[in-house]
Write a protein that binds this ligand. Sequence first.
Ligand SMILES: Cc1cc2nc3c(=O)[nH]c(=O)nc-3n(C[C@H](O)[C@H](O)[C@H](O)COP(=O)(O)O)c2cc1C
Length: 219
Amino acid sequence: MRQPWIVGVSGASGTPYAAAVLRGLLAAGESVDLVVSRAARLTLLDETGDPLRDAHWAEDLRAWLARGADGKRGVFDADVSAVRYWPAGDLAAGPSSGSYPVKGMLIVPASTEAVAGVALGLSKDLLQRAASVTLKERRPLVVAVRETPLNGQTLRHLVTLDDAGAVVLPAAPAFYAGATHIQDLVDFVAGRALDAAGVEHRLYARWRGRLGGGASGER
Ligand SMILES: Cc1cc2nc3c(=O)[nH]c(=O)nc-3n(C[C@H](O)[C@H](O)[C@H](O)COP(=O)(O)O)c2cc1C
């Protein structure tokens, strides 16, 4: 089995971004170690109506990943067999240690609390610990921060993360790729996160320049 990517889902709004990143990684044949913070379970429940229970994570994750960004069920076919799930309170989990082999980590979406916790090295839960480990091991870390507006404190934390080698990727969709549905806007952000991690995907139509006909429509 390939080394996994850690995906950390924190309690910012934007659980459809996490679902799109997870689907993109799985479609690319990547395996995933998944950590969902306590607050993220609340946002997931709030945004989709879906629970994510430790004891039933595979069933719940399948239901979540099958849902489109517009809330419709059964839009995607989600095979979660390449996902390993770690409870966020499990600080003895594999991703807590630098000796646990992973490719890197994506935090999608990243709350301002997660941003602060990682910037300050707090390790209050497995998500923050795994991110600190990712930085200390000099592995790729993508932080898809979701908050607006941003205060000075968060901006300073984001600079700290950038200085430490993380890619700070605001969850800010663009409109040049011909979006017609909410899912297109979500997939654009998810695709940019996968670009930052160097994972191939077909989530959005790439800009090819005006003479080339603008966004090519290739997906
Ligand atoms: C419905 C809902 C939406 C939220 N949206 C955001 C958000 O977009 N950005 C953010 O930084 N925090 C947001 N929060 C607050 C975080 O969930 C809260 O700060 C939490 O402590 C983050 O914890 P975590 O980083 O451990 O997941 C939201 C909370 C709720 C209930």
